[in-house]
Write a protein that binds this ligand. Structure first.
Ligand code: FES
Length: 195
């Protein structure tokens, strides 16, 4: 297999072609925050918290490290002001929805004490779901099942059980332990099998 050499936070690393910047960073022990990455799953690039700044020639830009492939000569910085400013904004958006667990811990890590955003209306309760989709992808890619899915669009988007398949979920529950909400996934909603 061909390899490429790049630098991450000033440290040189050699990685197999086709691996991601996130994987290369982790091989150096560099901690990049993630919500939707999980070793057993194909990366999906949903949460954007893993963004890093890369330099190619004179240009710098932000990329999503869990889906961005390593390149020869790439210079990567994982904690620049620009990166962390974007992470803080993402965490501010997530905090009202999922104020506990890992999201709260990440908010503290990046100095987000309070969100400028609020849920719509006083009756709307936090769902504690970041919509990272780990449970949906785990069910499909690891279990080979399609019991958990998304329903709704925009602000109404939710994770739910596919109608008639809840029994399988009750016996499995393996996705619960990878849920980012910090508590068991609550999937009381049922949506029809047909779109
Ligand atoms: S971990 Fe990369 S986008 Fe979520």
């Amino acid at each position: 297999m061909n390899t490429v050499t790049l630098t991450i936070n000033g440290q040189q690393v050699t990685a197999n072609e086709g691996t991601t910047v996130l994987e290369a960073a982790r091989s150096l022990g560099i901690d990049i925050p993630t919500l939707c990455a999980y070793d057993e799953l194909e990366p999906a690039g949903v949460c954007r918290l893993c963004m890093v700044e890369i330099k190619q020639g004179k240009k710098t830009r932000l990329v999503t490290s869990c889906v961005y492939p390593v390149e020869n000569g790439l210079e990567v910085q994982t904690e620049t002001d620009r990166v962390n400013q974007n992470r803080r904004m993402l965490l501010e958006l997530l905090l009202p929805v999922a104020p506990s667990g890992p999201i709260n811990a990440l908010a503290k890590r990046y100095g987000v004490e309070k969100s400028r955003f609020e849920l719509d209306g006083p009756k709307e309760a936090p769902t504690n779901c970041s919509l990272c989709g780990l449970c949906v992808r785990y069910c499909e890619q690891v279990k080979g099942e399609f019991v958990v899915g998304f329903t709704g669009r925009g602000v109404n988007r939710k994770v739910a059980l596919v109608a008639g398949k809840g029994d399988e979920c009750a016996f499995c529950r393996q996705c619960y332990s990878i849920c980012n909400s910090g508590r068991f996934v609550e999937m009381a909603e049922v949506f029809p099998d047909q779109p």
